[in-house]
Ligand binder design. Structure first.
Ligand code: 9MG
Length: 272
């Protein structure tokens, strides 16, 4: 049994991203073959990732859902290979996938639906001792970028996460095992993403560690002047991560582990 999430993941902690999918914009499907996913994960662990997040279903804007069987086919061989070798997180909204990943040693469930996708997932998490990430998303990946609308994006994301946190705790998941994620790029325009980043303190004020995924997000490419960008460059990802760190973010979900570890180590060394 491990302790509170804030002790397991001191600020700043880096989570490496391994998409075991053929259709991810952010890494071009380079980890779809199990051997490639395993090699990438090993490199990330060596470069200082506190945990590596494996996903078998793309959540990029416009993506279609995949079946439970397909998601299991993608992630299980990779987790079997790495079991016990490094700390592992499973990026899934499906209870069956989470259950199998936990059996294989996953320590954290990263649910982009914040327990709204599969009614069985809360029970799977509650009956184990894993950590849980609850993320905000307006809409669903297939359509979420069509016309995201908010009166006040930061206030609405904070109030959503507060409600999902209460839901998870009611379902028997200890609060100290949960982190919150504002869901950059999930049903948000470029302006809404930047407003949210600037006001990240309002999410941190909810009292749980905040995980952010800004790495290679399209808003970063778009703010640099390409209105059709589907990804953002490393330089912009690092700037965004440091801005999030300054505002209190704890865990950074990233593709380029070494560079983020270095940038965040420097940011953390500045006395404040
Ligand atoms: C799966 N996935 C893609 N982007 C993400 C983000 O920003 N946060 C979390 N928790 N998961 C993400």
């Amino acid at each position: 049994m491990s302790g509170p999430l804030e002790e397991r993941f001191p600020r700043p902690s880096v989570m490496g991203v391994v998409n075991v999918t053929p259709d991810s914009f952010s890494d071009g499907g380079v980890n779809f073959r199990p051997a490639d996913a395993v090699a990438s994960a090993r490199r990330m662990a060596e470069e200082g990732a506190a945990i590596v997040d494996f996903g078998g279903e793309s959540t990029r804007p416009g993506s279609e859902a995949v079946s439970v069987d397909e998601e299991l086919r993608r992630v299980v061989p990779v987790l079997e290979e790495l079991a016990g070798e490094m700390p592992v997180s499973i990026d899934t909204a499906k209870s069956e996938v989470a259950r199998r990943a936990i059996e294989l040693g996953a320590e954290l469930v990263n649910d982009v639906t914040a327990l709204r996708g599969d009614p069985g997932l809360a029970e799977v998490v509650a009956s184990s001792d894993v950590y849980l990430c609850l993320m905000h998303m307006q809409g669903e990946p297939r359509t979420m970028q069509d016309e995201p609308t908010y009166e006040d994006v930061a206030a609405e994301v904070a109030s959503f996460l507060e409600e999902r946190l209460a839901f998870a705790v009611d379902a028997g998941i200890p609060e100290d095992r949960i982190c919150l994620d504002p869901g950059f790029g999930f049903g948000k325009t470029v302006d809404q993403n930047f407003e949210l980043l600037g006001r990240l303190g309002e999410i941190v004020a909810l009292g749980r560690p905040v995980l952010v995924g800004l790495s290679r997000k399209r808003s970063l490419g778009r703010i640099l002047g390409d209105p059709d960008a589907t990804t953002g460059p490393l330089s912009a990802s690092l700037a965004a991560a440091v801005e999030a760190y300054e505002r209190g973010a704890a865990i950074f979900r990233v593709h380029d582990v070494r560079e983020h570890v270095e940038a965040l180590t420097v940011a953390a060394a500045v006395p404040r």
